[in-house]
Design a protein around this ligand. Structure first.
Ligand code: IMP
Length: 192
């Protein structure tokens, strides 16, 4: 099955291949070619649709896309939809460092990753959202994953998300859960 993916993030494409293949069989995930659309909505749901619609309009092919980020309770849900651009540079290390700085001396470390997964075809639009709860560590640990993984301690886990194997992370993560549910939905739809 061929799906266009509305992202230019190579880490995400690798994660999506691992997540979707068991549910959908052999997959050809093709990164979107056109210019990246502006993700200017205030919800993960809307931003995922913006990306999937743009890639579908560009390719004319069934498209998946996601929008994701981390919501920190003590910061009123920030960085939220701005997670990728929390620090001015947008670099993972800078985003992580800024989040740790903003939580200095804060006891409530509760946080959750959120992922909205969208599927857009000529037949319709579908979006599924899932969350992954945990806490923010006091310092980074682990070299795997991306983004905020080194400072995210998943609930019930002794290690950070960056210390989990890709398979372990995908089996419990916001993106793993959202795309597994989306894949199960896609599998019930007529092929185009
Ligand atoms: P998006 O590409 O607009 O969805 O941006 C998502 C941003 O949220 C990423 O750049 C990361 O900073 C953060 N993020 C989302 N999912 C994860 C994850 O699984 N691990 C670590 N950071 C994540």
């Amino acid at each position: 099955m061929k799906l266009v993916v509305g992202t230019r993030n190579a880490h995400k494409i690798a994660e999506l291949t691992e997540i979707l293949t068991p549910a959908l069989g052999a997959l050809d995930l093709v990164p979107a070619q056109g210019e990246a659309p502006e993700e200017d909505a205030t919800t993960f749901y809307e931003n995922a649709l913006i990306k999937a619609r743009a890639a579908f309009a560009d390719s004319g092919h069934p498209t998946i896309a996601d929008d994701s980020g981390i919501e920190v309770r003590a910061l009123g849900g920030q960085p939220g939809v701005r997670s990728a651009r929390y620090a001015a540079s947008g670099l993972d290390e800078d985003n992580t460092a800024l989040l740790l700085k903003n939580l200095e001396g804060v006891e409530d470390r509760q946080a959750e990753f959120v992922c909205a997964a969208a599927y857009v075809t000529a037949r319709g639009e579908y979006v599924i959202e899932r969350r992954w709860e945990g806490t923010i560590a006091h310092a980074p640990s682990g070299g795997g994953g991306f983004g905020y993984d080194p400072i995210f301690l998943p609930e019930g886990s002794a290690v950070s998300a960056a210390e989990m194997s890709p398979a372990e992370k995908n089996s419990v993560s916001h993106r793993g859960q959202a795309f597994l549910a989306l894949a199960e939905l896609i599998a019930t739809l007529p092929t185009e």
